[in-house]
Design a protein around this ligand. Sequence first.
Ligand code: AMP
Ligand code: ZN
Length: 338
Amino acid sequence: MTAPVDGLGPPVGAEAPPPSGLSPDGREGSAGTAPTVGPASDFLRDLTEAGLLLETGVPGLYGRSARFEALIERIDEFVSRRTAEDGAERLRFPPALPRRELERSGYLEGFPHLAGTVHAFTGDERAHRALLADLEAGRDWTTRQRPTDVALLPAACYPVYPTLAARGPLPERGALVDVASWCFRHEPSREPTRLQFFRMREQVRIGEPEAVRAFRDDWLERGRRLIDELALPCTITTAHDPFFGRGGRMMAASQKEQGLKFELLVPILDGGGPTACLSFNWHRDRFGRTFGLRTARGEPAHSACVGIGLERLALALLRHHGLEPERWPRAVRALLGS
Ligand code: AMP
Ligand code: ZN
């Protein structure tokens, strides 16, 4: 974990080094091993007892109550108000992408352990009988399914690059896109901040290198202001993604060294360090080259994205201001229109 770059000072626990092998927000850094689920955290118990999250029996997969959803909507609207003047093009995609695009994106090189694909049964009646027999006998019936053309979306911005590339070269000023979706990551955990399905709102800037870099730098400041307004403590640090395996350690080190990823961290859990609520990713021309996304001058476009984890922000607010939003500080309620 590196030095915070903001002037807020460290929140409780922010400076404590994460347990070995864990990245600042407590996930399994570059270890790339099978996910460990761990015991239910007290915070998860509080959230389910308060009826905010509903257990399904699968770690990281929860139902949301009306009160929790109202909170997510208000955070989303708050982000909309604070970004309205940027004039971003608003695009929405389903929580899935063509499997081909996931394969092209490089995601499977870095994160094979987090990816999910959709499988379906395509057999005949005989195969159906065999499937039911497997089910009946408690055998693995899923071997009777085949992969479809659909993969689950790992980050909201992924469909943006091929979509814009298909339009031809970017205009002179590049592009700014506001995108949001449910995302899937196979990282089952009993910490409510580490979900298998969660919502991510992103601002994506694509264009010339200087403009993209300026966008990223500007958002480091804007992100901090957003969190300040919500009266939450935070730090911003350089970070790395949880790349898989031994090769992944090198990718993580290089990503961190080049300052390609920053995270805005808020202390939410009792142990394991603060949690990344916003991420600032600078891809350089990686997606430009991968998806044939060109600037007006015909060069591979650069890109950067700012990802806001809506559930994590909701959990940060519930943690710091209490489980009853109607009793939150007046200023925060006014801001969120609650
Ligand atoms: P990342 O692409 O990993 O930088 O994620 C972007 C944002 O999504 C993070 O800053 C978090 O706010 C949120 N996020 C990532 N993983 C999870 C998860 N497993 N559960 C909930 N939110 C997540
Ligand atoms: Zn992104």
